[in-house]
Design a binder for this molecule. Structure first.
Ligand code: PLP
Length: 405
């Protein structure tokens, strides 16, 4: 099937779509690698469709730019990478579904385990002809979401190492407060993790890989050092690769550039008469005649309904406020500040100023930039740019990579 683009990669044909700047992704990977201590490898986190940016092209670009391996949340996301031909190591970071253990082993997708019962369930899920399943033990050093208690880690490592169907490949933990101003608990978790590493080393159970830092911790330099204990250190970074800031306290340095721009096209320009309201519930009423534009984008595309009467789009270089409620498929903006706007003109819904940034949309919508970009839904085509040219597109019909025409 040819999808929206009729076999051609041509951004000019795209209506509502997200442009994904693969050069920005590469330069973000490079900027992060430049900050990592020698001997620390980058595991590019591409879960949830690469935070909404598009799994396959982003994973490929991250590897080409120097990431050594990939991480996803679920086993099926890892299998999708294998189906797309990726041979790099892939780890599924979330709790592993034992029903997918056999497919993970056959696909060479490493999985996470957080309990002896979980290790046994994975074992039981393997078929007799399956290769050994690579396992990373997750330790709960204080986030209290998933993982084994530090005091139980040696017993779990022993159970995994003693199971011929499982192979202990890694040990990791995850920070609860890496993006907060106060670094005290971050360092406490790192200290607890180092204790677990030492205990495993003393028991002769140290796995080949160790990892704890996410983007925010990597920016703060809280990264396991290579050296004194066995195990090769990795950093698991997602957000920074997409050019987004971990938080207001831990902003992305200037070298990091946003990868996604969400665009749409003006579908109607009209005057809202004084005293008339707009969109469902008529929650905004014009106090004078107002030029308005209808944009074919809504919460069905992942534009949060919480931006009703709050967010804005950039039209002709001018910030145009959302008037009334964001609908499933359409949104109205006031274009008084962009008098020349016409049907078919491009409107930037998320991007760099004067457009809303993902951080702006997060603040207005009461969430975080992670959710803003991850929410961009499957029906929004992603157009991938390299050197300013569209080189690929993914839409509801799949991924198309052909030379731009
Ligand atoms: C999502 C995730 C990451 C990546 O976090 P960023 O803040 O996006 O860098 C790292 N580790 C785990 C366990 C995750 O779930």
């Amino acid at each position: 099937m040819e999808g929206h683009f009729a076999g051609r990669v041509d951004a000019a044909r795209a209506g509502t779509h997200a442009q994904i700047d693969l050069d920005a992704l590469s330069s973000n990977v490079g900027a992060l690698l430049a900050r990592l201590p020698d001997g620390v490898e980058l595991m590019a986190v591409v879960k949830a469709n690469a935070y909404g940016h598009g799994l396959v092209p982003c994973a490929r670009q991250a590897l080409a730019a120097g990431a050594g391996r990939l991480a996803v949340a679920r086993i099926d996301e890892g299998l999708l990478l294998r189906a797309a031909g990726f041979t790099a190591p892939v780890l599924a970071l979330g709790p592993a579904n034992p029903a997918l253990a056999s497919r993970a082993a056959r696909g060479g997708v490493a999985v996470t385990v957080g309990s002896v019962a979980g290790a046994r369930a994975l074992h039981a899920g393997l078929g007799s002809d399956d290769p050994a399943l690579d396992v990373h033990i997750k330790v709960d050093t204080g986030m209290h979401r998933y993982g084994v208690e530090p005091t139980e880690a040696v017993a779990l490592a022993r159970a995994v190492s003693g199971d011929a169907r499982l192979r202990l490949e890694g040990l990791f933990t995850h920070f609860a407060t890496a993006d907060e101003a106060d670094g005290a608990f971050l360092h406490e978790q790192a200290r607890r993790f180092a204790g677990v590493r030492r205990a495993l080393a003393a028991a002769g159970l140290a796995p080949p890989l160790v990892h704890l830092a996410n983007s925010a911790a990597a920016l703060r330099g809280v990264v396991e050092p290579a050296g004194d204990l066995p195990g090769r250190p990795l950093v698991r970074a997602g957000l920074l690769l997409y050019g987004l800031s971990p938080s207001a306290h831990i902003p992305a340095p200037a070298a990091f550039r946003p990868v996604m721009t969400l665009l749409t096209r003006v579908a109607r320009v009209f005057t809202l008469p004084a005293g008339e309201g707009v969109s469902y519930g008529l929650t905004f009423t014009a106090d004078r005649p107002l030029r308005c534009a209808t944009l074919p984008i809504g919460y069905g595309d992942g534009l949060s309904r919480r931006l009703s009467n709050q967010g804005w789009a950039a039209v002709s270089g001018s910030a145009c406020p959302i008037r009334g409620r964001v609908c499933m498929d359409q949104t109205v903006v006031e274009v008084e500040s962009a008098p020349a706007v016409a049907e078919g003109d491009v409107a930037v819904m998320l991007g760099t100023a004067p457009a809303m940034s993902a951080e702006d949309a997060a603040r207005l919508g009461g969430t975080i930039n992670y959710e803003v970009v991850t929410a961009i839904s499957a029906r929004v085509p992603r157009v991938y740019l390299r050197g300013g040219r569209a080189v690929a597109v993914s839409d509801l019909f799949g991924l198309l990579e052909v030379p731009a025409t």
